[in-house]
Structures are given as C-alpha cells and as structure tokens.
Design a protein around this ligand. Structure first.
Ligand SMILES: Nc1ncnc2c1ncn2[C@@H]1O[C@H](COP(=O)(O)OP(=O)(O)OP(=O)(O)O)[C@@H](O)[C@H]1O
Ligand SMILES: O=P(O)(O)OC[C@H]1O[C@H](OP(=O)(O)OP(=O)(O)O)[C@H](O)[C@@H]1O
Ligand SMILES: [Mg+2]
Length: 286
C-alpha cells in the first residue's frame, strides 16, 4: 500500500458492523479476501484497497485523509465531529441514542439532570444536547458496558444506544429522552484520491441498498382497474405495462417497498388482479 493511488475504503475490523459492511461490499461486486487478521485487503479488478479499522476511528481517519471513504455509524461521525460528507445511508445498524435513567427515577426530562453524573461513550453529543436545555452534566466517559454503571453506583443516568430496548430492560432502566436516531453510513472526505472510482462505489452500493428495500411485483389486471392499481403501487419511477392477448387485460411490473408488499398484494387482489408474484431483487440500477 502506501505508494499506490488506489482508493482507500475503511471498514470495521470487528463488531456488529464488520459483517454488515463486508457483505454489502461483496454484494456490490467488490471481490476481496481478508487473510486471517490482516488489516488490509486489495479488491480484484478495481483500484480499491480496503483497510480494516476500529468502527469509532473511521470518521476521524476519513476526515484526516488516511482513508478516502468509510463505513461506520452516523452516531460515531457526529460524536467525532468529523469533517466528512455522508454519501448515503446504508439501511442497516439503525439505533437511537437516548438519555436513560432507573425505571423508578422521578426525572421527567433532561432538564431534571442538573448536577447528575452521566456515564456515556458519547460525551460530545451528550454535552451538546444537554447544553440546549441549560444543563451542564458531570460526564463519566467510558467505552462500553455503560448500562451497568448506575447499579455500580458511579452514575445517576446514562446516554447510550438503544435498539430493541432489551439491554435497558435487563438493567431496569427506562428512556428519559431520545437524543437522535442513527444508522450505518458511507462517508467520504473532500480530498478523495480517486473521485471516479468513488462514484462507481457509490452507484454500486446504491444498487444493493435500494434492492434490499424493494421487491419486484408482477400481476395481471383488467385495464379498467389499472388506474386504481397504480395508486396502490406507483413504483419507483412508474410501472411497466405490457399488453396481454386478452385486450381487456394487461401485465404490470412494478417495484414496491418490501415492507408494503403483502398489503399491496391484498389490495391488488381485491381490485381484481391475478397471478400476483413477488420477486426478490438483489441489485438494481434505476
Ligand atoms: N444495538 C444496536 N443496534 C443497532 N446498531 C447498533 C447497536 N449498537 C451499536 N450500533 C451501531 O453499531 C456501531 C458500532 O457499535 P459498537 O462500537 O458498539 O461495536 P460493537 O459491534 O458493539 O463492537 P464492540 O464489542 O467493540 O462494542 C455503533 O456506533 C452504532 O452505529
Ligand atoms: O436496545 P438493545 O437492542 O439492547 O441494544 C442496545 C445495546 O447494544 C449496544 O451494546 P453492544 O451489544 O454493542 O455491547 P457493548 O456495550 O459491549 O458495545 C449498545 O451499546 C447497547 O448496550
Ligand atoms: Mg457495542
């Protein structure tokens, strides 16, 4: 490495985003093999090097130009205050950052935390958020296992990520106030060493991310019901309509959000559609 001009993409070396990022890149057609614990992998057929880094270092290393692009959590980008642009949300790793207190705490909002000790791995976001309501907390900076700090007696409240809420429940904590929502993102710095390849990577990842969110729905419908059907499933741009041998009928192909497919199928069926089929798409260019 070092001497070549390959685009450098930083991806998490371990943790929950590591597999997510690796799978996404592979689905987008980047072929690479990480040799045992190596911190570096070259991509076949593209001028791209992958660097395996700690998830929370990726925003800063991208801002400093050590890598041109990176995959990390938008929470970590905010916390680092990194000067990078978010090229696209990747539709995974969704979570919230919240101020949490014991279930039996009398506190009603962040305003009630004046003088409280708050344990967190997000000191900057926490301080900025609480400053807005005029509270200057005593922050205890930690890098993990924040939820146990109240029962250990070193904090009165915590600021941490919440997804399902099961960690909070296990520690008898509740959300006092949500600060923001976050997800895994692709970031890029302003002085990218190969913008042409960077754009190709963005387009490729877009294809995979959109495909993960949508299905292809195909159905036959009487032409008289077509307008109503298009209202149910308007498509990404617009549906593709083909004639059938029976001129009263036509065949429709349309992209539908995966979360809405079952509902759309039911509604189309009650409009008179038949042969309604969902096909999974793994990649697309729109
Ligand atoms: N419970 C969660 N659900 C969804 N996304 C999460 C969750 N926890 C963390 N994330 C996202 O994943 C990112 C990385 O999390 P984290 O740094 O905790 O790594 P990890 O996978 O837990 O590994 P580690 O063991 O090092 O903590 C977070 O910054 C956040 O964007
Ligand atoms: O709402 P939930 O679904 O329970 O998820 C939230 C938990 O997930 C993360 O912890 P992680 O598993 O990464 O452990 P860590 O503290 O060791 O990083 C986060 O820090 C919370 O503790
Ligand atoms: Mg973690």
């Amino acid at each position: 490495m070092g001497t070549n001009n390959n685009l450098r993409i930083g991806i998490p070396s371990k943790g929950r985003l590591s597999d997510l990022a690796g799978d996404l890149l592979k689905q987008a057609g980047l072929r690479f093999r990480r040799q045992n614990r190596s911190l570096f992998a070259r991509v076949s057929d593209l001028p791209v090097d992958l660097i395996f880094l700690r998830t929370d270092d990726i925003p800063t290393l991208c801002a400093e130009g050590a890598i041109d692009m990176g995959i990390t959590g938008s929470d970590l980008v905010d916390e680092a205050g990194a000067d990078v642009s978010v090229r696209m949300p990747l539709g995974v790793g969704r979570c919230r950052l919240a101020i949490c207190v014991p279930e039996d705490s009398p506190a009603e909002s962040g305003k009630d935390l004046a003088g409280a000790r708050i344990a967190t791995s997000f000191p900057t976001i926490s301080a900025n958020h609480l400053a807005k309501v005029g509270v200057t907390p005593h922050l205890v900076n930690l890098s993990g296992s924040v939820e146990v700090m109240i029962s250990l007696g070193i904090a009165d409240a915590i600021v941490d990520l919440v997804e399902t809420g099961s960690t909070l429940a296990a520690n008898k904590l509740r959300i006092l106030e949500e600060i923001d929502t976050y997800e895994t993102v692709l970031i890029q710095n302003g002085k990218c060493r190969d913008s042409v390849t960077a754009e190709r990577i963005v387009r490729r990842l877009e294809g995979v991310v959109i495909a993960r969110d949508f299905s292809l729905l195909e159905y036959n419908i009487p032409r008289s019901a077509l307008a109503a059907a298009e209202k149910i499933a308007p498509g990404f741009n617009s549906p593709t309509i083909n004639p059938l041998e029976d001129q009263e009928w036509c065949a429709v192909r349309v992209m539908v959000k995966r979360s809405e497919v079952i509902d759309a199928m039911e509604q189309l069926e009650s409009l008179g559609a038949s042969a309604i089929m969902e096909t999974e798409i793994t990649n697309c260019r729109l």
